[in-house]
Design a protein around this ligand. Structure first.
Ligand code: 6PG
Length: 239
């Protein structure tokens, strides 16, 4: 089920609207708590947002108060072309005035996957405290089969009730991943799904027609934090 969606004629106007929505959410979080935690995803849609942040938002976003986390990471070195951290670093982190200590990439190959997941959970606990975090802004993507972060259809990770971060093997390249669990993703204060391109039309139609359900076969549909979910779609994806 998709409760709140905005549809844009072009991917460019969608990216601009997402950037403005982020600016509003970040501003509100900083005004309230003096900081804002953003959880990033990978994929081509966020790449356009990253480029826009670097180009037009380097001075208007309060980067010194922003902390960056990741929803999932491919278990490859941080300089690997597949690394989501690398994508973010190259497309905007290196181009905006964010302090290095505000950037919290998931650790990868320096430890076994389970250990990396534990280490990242510890990092989250150090930052947010003992209760599962309410991340101020979660930027999510959706795969054609309905995955989000590295939560894929049928994965036991979808049933996780305790751990905040998990090492998972998925049906994608590379298979080994580290991902936030639904324990965290279902508590976000603001969640935005970024969806563009005709390849996403089928999964969006499927999500629209299914009843609201925390047990949906589509992992993206299970993300139902109290703060609500906003779907930003271009026309090609929305149909
Ligand atoms: C991965 C992908 C994936 C991505 C979605 C949406 O980890 O294999 O990065 O999780 O976020 O498939 O990607 P697009 O924005 O490219 O559609």
């Amino acid at each position: 089920m998709i409760r709140e969606a905005r549809v844009f004629a072009e991917a460019d106007s969608m990216t601009r609207a997402i950037a403005e929505e982020c600016l509003r959410i970040v501003g509100a979080a900083v005004a309230q708590n003096g900081r804002c935690a953003i959880c990033l995803s990978g994929g081509s849609t966020p790449k356009a947002l990253n480029a826009l942040w670097a180009r037009d938002y380097a001075s208007s976003m309060p980067w010194k108060q922003i902390h960056l986390f990741w929803g999932d990471e491919r278990y490859v070195p941080h300089d690997d072309p597949l690394s989501k951290f690398r994508l973010a670093r190259e497309t905007f982190i290196s181009r905006v005035p964010i302090p290095p200590e505000n950037v919290h990439p998931m650790p990868t190959v320096s430890a076994p996957p389970d250990k990396s997941a534990e280490t990242y959970e510890l990092e989250l606990r150090n930052f947010f405290g003992t209760e599962p975090p309410e991340i101020d802004l979660q930027l999510q993507g959706i795969g054609q089969e309905g995955h989000t972060a590295s939560l894929f259809p049928g994965s036991p990770a979808l049933e996780e009730k305790q751990r905040w971060v998990l090492a998972v093997k998925v049906a994608a390249t590379p298979p080994q991943r580290v991902t936030l669990s639904p324990v965290v993703l279902n508590r976000g204060r603001n969640t935005i799904f970024l969806v563009s391109g005709a390849k996403k039309r089928e999964i969006i139609a499927a999500l629209r027609s299914e009843p609201d359900s925390k047990t949906s076969r589509y992992p993206a549909a299970r993300i139902q934090p109290p703060g609500g979910v906003l779907w930003m779609l271009d026309k090609a994806a929305a149909g």
